[in-house]
Design a protein around this ligand. Sequence first.
Ligand SMILES: Cc1cc2nc3c(=O)[nH]c(=O)nc-3n(C[C@H](O)[C@H](O)[C@H](O)COP(=O)(O)OP(=O)(O)OC[C@H]3O[C@@H](n4cnc5c(N)ncnc54)[C@H](O)[C@@H]3O)c2cc1C
Length: 433
Amino acid sequence: MRSLWLDEALAGEEDAPPVEGEIRADVCIVGGGFTGLWTALQLKVREPGVDVALVEADVCGAGASGRNGGFVLSWWAKFLALEELCGVEEALHLARASASGVAEIGAFCAENGIDAHFRKDGWLWTATSPAQVGAWDDTLVRAEELGERPFLRLEPKEVGRRAASPTHLAGVFEPTAATIHPARLARGLRRLALERGVRLFEHSSMRRLDRTGPPRVHCETGSVRADRVVLALNAWAAALPELRRALVIIPSDVIATVPIPQRLRNLEWPGGTCIDDSRMMVNYWRTTLDGRIVFGKGGGGITFGARIGSDYDGVSPRANWVLDSFHRLYPSLGDVPAERSWLGPIDRSKNGLPFFGPLAGNNAILVGAGYSGNGVGPSFLGGRILASLALGIDDEWATSALVRRPGGFPPEPIRYLGGKVVPLKRLRATTQA
Ligand SMILES: Cc1cc2nc3c(=O)[nH]c(=O)nc-3n(C[C@H](O)[C@H](O)[C@H](O)COP(=O)(O)OP(=O)(O)OC[C@H]3O[C@@H](n4cnc5c(N)ncnc54)[C@H](O)[C@@H]3O)c2cc1C
């Protein structure tokens, strides 16, 4: 069973064929989520004649892009990590670009007939226990020192009103954020990629990657040789030996309630606002157009060796834990059941920021991963960065500070044991999901 989102978005579409025989392309993208699809579309915008093949193990949108909470956020909440990485000027540039990116995604959907339920109703970053109050202070103070006010400070009563529950003690609001139906966006991008001449191969898992000479992506029934390979694999990138220490994989579990539109109206729950709290194992939630609440929870474990198995597919083994958290935050909805649950992997990088660039210095093989649970909005910029790198264009994206070698976590078993004993430090400050 897949996510509710993907089931809703897939209705009636035919899958693309698998890779058969030996194929040649200018660029081969591996992974058909937001990163791979935005990269493919950007390549076609910059150089319409470029021959792009995209290889996806399942169907486009089956990974995190079709399973997530649908929060389209900027990088302002990660501003301190950005500043630490690249200094104040570049951090400001990236944070502003990520905020504009949210609006650009909405405009792109409108222009291209993608009905992804884009609602720019903001993000409420809250505290649901006294210990969480002020989790945002350092970030807001630093932004304000620099003359930026991406967040509005709200009175506690107003936070409770906007979150539609008095269990919210404090919070701030980022008006530029949005929510989407993530699988509808992924499938819309897939449709456009096909229309623009991207050759798409689904049910084609990369089994081996030749790293010498022109790289070649080997799948079960064929292979693709390309001048450039772009690995848009998200958490699955952790299986590459070069990235084994760059990522820690943690699950994020989600439930969707039955539709309760009238009860949401009674609570005066504001439209498409996305909301989360500031717990170490963060809770995040939003409503859907048909009146459900989609509620997720990050950090329910850590994966040994960063390998993702079938335990990341299907229904969530922690659905009751997630449902309990929802009922605790919304006691007046304590009788509302979950209709569906699912889960997916989060590609946590050392500083909570994504990284892009050559795989271990090989310019013919590019990689982009490490969004750390905040990739719906930022993958739009990731596509620009990877397209510039693949085409060898020396622009602001190719020279971004996010084009870098990722920091390394300790080797196994220390990483696994450390992650079990000491919760990933400052997970919340840099991770939305
Ligand atoms: C439950 C959950 C909730 C989340 N909530 C949010 C949120 O609300 N807001 C937010 O910003 N971010 C959220 N995220 C993170 C966000 O979904 C990701 O950062 C984003 O989707 C990354 O896009 P991607 O294209 O890089 O990865 P993916 O969409 O995961 O794409 C990678 C693709 O690679 C394919 N693949 C894997 N191995 C192979 C192989 N060997 N060969 C070929 N293809 C392969 C996979 O099938 C997959 O389709 C959440 C993530 C999860 C799991």
